[in-house]
Design a binder for this molecule. Structure first.
Ligand code: AMP
Ligand code: ZN
Length: 463
């Protein structure tokens, strides 16, 4: 393992790029906020999934596959889900309608991100399986004077935390001045946020010390990260839009409940995927779903393979904005077409690729180094295993086409027949076999046996 590799990561908490020191090198712990499962994920939502998948792969490479725990949650309780359940399944009892929405969306999400070459996280907890943990944290917050009850809600008291605003660097006065913070009369301060709210009969709810109700969004991540990764862990990630209020409030809850200096040591945030300079989002209406890109022809009049979408994403540094365009996808596709297909194997990762990734996930440099390596491997097969291992670290290794044994036998027979034709100087027939195979996607390569000087022909399936 490359324990000698020194990782540097940009930390939103300190606004600095610093050397990464895990709390426990035998169990490096990372949490990334996952989807709210009410609708198809758009390609902007795919960005954090891909970025943190590369980080997961890198951490596994450096610390060992079994020494990294990556948790990505599923938010399956949310008012947007309720609304969707009522709209799409008006005939069903609410709980069943909600389950229908969340299960369908979750399955779709997992299919989508798998097609984008992402490994499964170590844990994918659902919010609804962690209600007891949420209640426990809220009870602690009340007991310690950080939360209060008002008008059927339990609220976090932002004024009770001296250094609230650590991550976003906003102070409370700025937030109060901010016009976007709705002033609710029942709140002690406008920035106070919901930990628990009571549900009426037509809303999903769980029994709690404060009555039947449901959790606020932020408390879900405090509960699930704490359960699987402990009170303080190494890395917490998500998109830029989550810094405030979501991550700020996760920090407030977890630190105040557990009495810790930090919730996670390193906070990482990916930039936005944009369309014509504007963030891709459901509310802007400028979104295209991962599903549609993969399976329909709505974008550029054609389908796009998952590898192309993934590589296109990695051709920009994760903290920079990406403008999503057909041109960018075509560029990624042209690059991939020049790379050799291979099985992952057990080759050594190239030092240049590794050094680029270790420098705050410089995937741009890593892709450049990988391309140089691909060209070298095309000229010299002994480089192929290094290329394969390096491409696998980024999750962009072109896979060898899978073909049936029966097809292999048939092609082998045709190739042998062609060699006979060539020996008999029947070039027209030999060429016809080669062209027929080529039309079916099988590429022949003629060479000479080094020892005997006899013609040998190998073949591969063109991608
Ligand atoms: P949401 O479903 O809106 O909570 O988003 C899920 C994840 O996708 C979060 O980490 C967001 O920060 C991220 N995200 C949403 N929109 C974009 C975008 N246009 N570009 C990059 N990341 C995004
Ligand atoms: Zn979260």
């Amino acid at each position: 393992m490359g324990m000698g590799t020194k990782l540097k990561l940009y930390n939103t908490l300190t606004r600095e790029k610093t050397g990464f020191e895990p709390i426990d090198a035998n169990n490096v712990r990372m949490y990334v906020c996952g989807p709210t499962v009410y609708d198809f994920a758009h390609i902007g939502n795919a960005r954090p999934v891909i970025v943190f998948d590369v980080l997961f792969r890198l951490l596994r490479h450096v610390y060992g596959d079994s020494h990294v725990t990556y948790v990505r949650n599923i938010t399956d309780v949310d008012d947007k889900i309720n609304a969707r359940a009522l709209r799409d399944f008006p005939g069903l009892p609410l709980n069943e309608a909600i389950r229908a929405v969340t299960e369908k969306t979750e399955t779709q999400y997992l299919d989508d991100v798998k097609a984008l070459g992402c490994l499964e996280p170590s844990e994918q907890p659902r919010a609804t399986d962690n209600i007891a943990q949420m209640i426990e944290i809220i009870e602690k917050l009340i007991a310690k004077g950080h939360a209060y009850r008002a008008s059927g809600e339990v609220l976090f008291d932002t004024k009770s935390m001296a250094d609230y605003g650590q991550l976003s660097k906003r102070n409370l006065d700025e937030q109060q001045a901010g016009a976007r913070v709705a002033v609710d009369v029942h709140k002690r301060s406008p920035g106070d946020f919901v930990l628990w709210k009571l549900s009426d009969e037509n809303e999903p709810g769980w029994e709690s010390p404060w009555g039947r109700g449901r959790p606020g969004w932020h408390i879900e991540c405090s509960a699930m990260s704490g359960r699987y990764l402990g009170d303080v862990f190494d890395i917490h990630g998500g998109g830029l839009d989550l810094i405030f209020p979501h991550h700020e409030n996760e920090i407030a809850q977890s630190r105040c409940a557990h009495g810790t200096e930090v919730m996670a040591n390193v906070w990482m945030h990916n930039g936005f995927l944009q369309v014509e300079g504007r963030k891709m989002s459901k509310s802007e209406g400028n979104f295209v779903t991962i599903y549609d890109l993969l399976h329909t022809e709505v974008f550029g009049g054609r389908k796009w393979p998952g590898e192309v979408l993934r590589l296109a994403m990695l051709m920009t540094h994760y903290r920079e904005p990406i403008d999503f365009s057909i041109k960018r996808l075509e560029e990624a596709e042209r690059l991939l077409a020049k790379w050799p297909a291979a099985d992952a194997g057990d080759g050594t990762v190239d030092e240049t690729v590794l050094a680029a990734l270790a420098d705050d996930l410089n995937t741009v440099g890593a892709v450049q180094a990988l391309h140089a390596l691909a060209q070298a491997a095309n000229a010299d097969p002994s480089v192929l295993s290094r290329f394969a291992a390096s491409a696998e670290l980024l999750g962009v290794l072109p896979k060898k086409a899978q073909i049936d044994d029966a097809v292999v036998l048939a092609v082998d027979a045709l190739v042998a027949m062609r060699l006979e034709m060539l020996k008999a100087r029947n070039f027209a027939e030999a060429d016809k076999i080669r062209d027929d195979l080529s039309a079916k996607g099988v590429q022949l390569k003629d060479g000479k046996d080094a020892a005997t000087g006899e013609r040998v022909t190998t073949w591969e399936v063109k991608r």
